[in-house]
Write a protein that binds this ligand. Sequence first.
Ligand SMILES: *Cc1c(COP(=O)(O)O)cnc(C)c1O
Length: 394
Amino acid sequence: MRRVYLDNNATTPVAPEVFEAMTPYLTGDFGNASSIHWYGQQAKAAVETAREAVAKLINARPNEIAFTSGGTESDNASLFGVVEAARAREGSKHILVSAIEHHAVLHAAQALAKRGVEVTYVRVGASGIVDPGDIERALRHGTVLISIMHANNELGTIQPLEEIGRIAAERDVIFHTDAVQSVGKIPVDVEKLGVDLLSLSAHKLHGPKGVGALYIRKGTPLAPLLYGGHSERDRRPGTENTPGIVGLGKAAELARLSLEEQGRRMAALRDRLEETILAGIPLTARNGDRAQRLPSTSNIRFDHVEGEAFVIAMDLKGVACSTGAACSSGSVEPSHVLSAIGLSHAQARSSIRFSLGRMTAAEDIDYTLEVLPAVVARLRALSPQYKAAATSSQ
Ligand SMILES: *Cc1c(COP(=O)(O)O)cnc(C)c1O
């Protein structure tokens, strides 16, 4: 059976070049990057080369990049670190996040709320895009942080960071973005976006799992999340994950070199998948804005189709896709992102995310389109609501 992987927003396959770049650091070049001998220096040099590659991908300076264990840590380090660094300031602290953030930001914000930090959750409309005006209006005396993601993991929608960055700078508020989904897929330039902190993760751009980075603009007050040794200029202690960091560096380099070409290629495949489904299958709709989104993501509603059943049925045909966010699968709650754009419980539960990657081939889309209509028809035949709707419209 053919296997097709259309769940690249959950994780991506490691690129062969990345694997090859990593292997020496899992074997002979095993040194600790903090050691002063030859072994340590080999590791140190590799870590610094990776730091330059990551910095170059997002137009930062190498000394503004701290390696972490991934997107979740970078997000937590930003939220907790900014609030902790502002502790000496008088009065109550306020932070502002969007309602469609990844749980790594949302749950960190909720934990801060329990500690007395005031949190505003900025709403989004049906487009799945934040209105910068809403952010401006929500700012107040005591606001220490704005955290708005770059691209949403479920819808792919891209947030107006440049405008938000200007507002943050004018009001002297620190601006963090979770750019885990956008880095490596669309151009990301920390200067242009006006961000102070930016989270990224290797495994979303064909690198290994368990490694990521946090961009920290020079001068940004940030308390560390962890305490220990002096690695990463005291910003993130712990012996550097050299193989992982090398893998992230290689992944960043590869992404930078193929960004535009891959963006065009993926968008064409995504559009063919989406348009064929929307035109050929009744009672389907696109979720979120059509234009302002990643080239690789499509979120489609198949009314009267139970999402989990769809994912399982497609999996039996060899096609991997997902309902809502990967981390919420298994829970009966509909995705907070789909609820935030105004979908009903039933609509959210019949929404499917298809996410493409650099390894997605045209034949993968052909195959998906070949098996998908029968799966939808079969699941709809099981739905009492669909049968009732079909009968009444006759
Ligand atoms: C995957 C993801 C994360 C978490 O990154 P990890 O490296 O898996 O911890 C955070 N934010 C977004 C938007 C993501 O898609």
